[in-house]
Design a protein around this ligand. Structure first.
Ligand code: GLA
Length: 384
C-alpha cells in the first residue's frame, strides 16, 4: 500500500469517512544561510521526505486533528476570537488556520490526520512542511486555491506569530514552490525565483549530527537582532542600506570602527554569503562543479567563524566529507546550532560515502549519524 492509501485507510478507521491526501516536503538548503531575513538570496531544494495530511470537511466550524507521529489529538474552533490557547504541536495547525482566516479565506471545518517522515528538529524544516501541508489541505478542503508564494508567506506568519520563532521565508517557500529535480534560487526581497536543474547523477545526501543545541530559537533570534543592529549603524552613513542585502564589503569596512566585533562578523557573513549564492547558482547552471564545491566550503567556514552557528559535530562531518571521493560540496545546512550537513554526492559514490562518514564520525564523536539519501522533490501537492 502506498503512503497515501495507508493514511486514507487509517483515516477511515478514525473518522469513518473518505479523505483526500496532500503532502508537503521538507527542504535542504544548498547555500545561502541566514540570508533570507536579511532580504538576500537562498538556494534550497525540497527533498523526498514529506509531511502527509489526510483531510475531509465537517459540517460545523470545528477542526479535529490527529497526529500519527505523536499519537495525540487536538481540536479547536475556526473563526473564534480565542483561537487555540494551547502552545504545543497543535499551534502550528491552528496558527496556519488563523493566518488564512485573517487573510480573508473562509475555511470549512475539517477532520485531519497528519503523519510526517521529516525528522523533527533536524533542521530539515519539519515545521514548515507541516504548516504548508496543513495550509494547502485546509484551503483545498474549502474549495480554495492560492499562489504558492502567498501560502508560504501565510505559513511564515503563523510560525512567527504563534510559535514565536522569527524565521525568514526560505523554508515555507521551498516547501510550497520547489520543483522536482531542481534547486530554487530565491530573491527573498521580491520573492522572485528561478529553478535550476540539478545534475542527474548527484544525490542530496544529508547527515544528521544527532546533536541539537538547547535554546536554538533564542540564539536564532539573537542573530537576527545583531543583523538589525548592523543595518542601523550602516544606514547612518549609507542611507540606501535598508537591509544587509543592500550593503557591500566596502561599506562594511568603512563602518568597522563603529560596529561591535560580533555585529561586524555577522554582517560580513551575510554580505559574502549572498555573493556565494549567486556564484553557486551560476556554477550549477554551467556545470562548474569545482566552483560550486568551493562556494559551499566557504559558506561553511563563514557560518563557523563569522556567524558562529556551526558545532564541533557539524565541523567534523564536513571535514570527513570533503575527503571522500565523489563529493562535490559539503556544508552545514539550515539554522545551525546542531542539525544536519548537506553533501552533493555522485550516485556511485553514495555507499562509500555512507560507510566512511558513519565509521569516522562514530570514531571521533561516539555518535551514530543518521544519513538520508534524497532527491529533489516537488513542492506541496495532492498525493492521492
Ligand atoms: C531556519 C529558518 C530560515 C532560515 C534558516 C537559516 O531554517 O526557518 O528562515 O533563516 O534557518 O538560513
Amino acid at each position: 500500500m502506498s503512503d497515501s492509501e495507508q493514511l486514507k485507510s487509517r483515516f477511515r478507521e478514525l473518522y469513518g469517512q473518505e479523505a483526500r491526501v496532500y503532502r508537503a516536503p521538507g527542504r535542504v538548503n544548498l547555500i545561502g544561510e541566514h540570508t533570507d531575513y536579511n532580504e538576500g538570496f537562498v538556494f534550497p531544494a525540497a527533498i523526498n521526505l514529506f509531511t502527509w495530511v489526510a483531510i475531509a470537511p465537517r459540517s460545523d466550524l470545528q477542526v479535529h486533528v490527529r497526529s500519527e507521529n505523536l499519537q495525540k489529538t487536538a481540536e479547536f474552533k475556526l473563526s473564534s476570537e480565542s483561537g487555540n490557547a494551547n502552545r504545543d504541536w497543535s499551534s502550528y495547525i491552528s496558527g496556519v488556520a488563523l493566518a488564512l482566516e485573517q487573510n480573508g479565506f473562509e475555511l470549512k471545518g475539517a477532520d485531519l490526520l497528519v503523519r510526517g517522515d521529516v525528522p523533527l528538529g533536524g533542521g530539515l524544516s519539519s515545521s514548515a512542511a507541516l504548516e504548508v501541508a496543513v495550509g494547502f489541505a485546509l484551503l483545498a478542503n474549502s474549495d480554495l486555491t492560492v499562489d504558492c508564494r502567498e501560502l508560504a508567506q501565510l505559513c511564515q506568519k503563523a510560525e512567527n506569530d504563534c510559535v514565536g520563532m522569527r524565521c525568514g521565508i526560505m523554508d515555507q517557500l521551498a516547501s510550497a514552490c520547489c520543483r522536482k529535480e531542481h534547486a530554487l534560487l530565491l530573491d527573498c526581497r521580491s520573492l522572485e525565483y528561478r529553478t535550476f536543474k540539478l545534475p542527474p547523477n548527484l544525490r542530496l545526501v544529508i547527515c544528521n549530527s544527532m546533536v541539537k543545541r538547547e535554546l536554538a530559537a533564542s540564539a536564532y533570534n539573537t542573530r537576527r537582532a545583531e543583523c538589525e543592529e548592523g543595518v542601523r549603524i550602516l544606514a547612518r552613513r549609507f542611507p540606501e542600506v535598508r537591509a544587509l542585502r543592500d550593503a557591500t564589503m566596502n561599506q562594511l569596512e568603512a563602518c568597522q570602527a563603529e560596529l561591535p566585533q560580533n555585529v561586524y562578523k555577522r554582517c560580513r557573513h551575510v554580505i559574502t554569503e549572498n555573493q556565494r549564492v549567486l556564484e553557486a547558482a551560476e556554477a550549477l547552471e554551467h556545470n562548474r562543479l569545482e566552483d560550486l564545491r568551493r562556494a559551499m566550503a566557504e559558506s561553511h567556514s563563514s557560518l563557523r567563524d563569522d556567524y558562529e552557528v556551526s558545532s564541533d559535530e557539524l565541523d567534523v562531518l564536513v571535514e570527513i566529507a570533503s575527503r571522500v571521493k565523489g563529493v562535490h560540496g559539503a556544508r552545514m545546512t539550515g539554522a545551525g546550532f546542531g542539525g544536519c550537513t548537506i553533501n552533493l554526492v555522485e550516485s556511485e559514490a553514495v555507499d562509500e560515502f555512507r560507510n566512511e562518514i558513519s565509521a569516522e564520525y562514530r570514531r571521533r564523536t561516539k555518535l551514530n549519524p543518521d544519513i538520508y539519501v534524497c532527491n529533489a522533490a516537488d513542492g506541496v501537492k495532492r498525493a492521492d
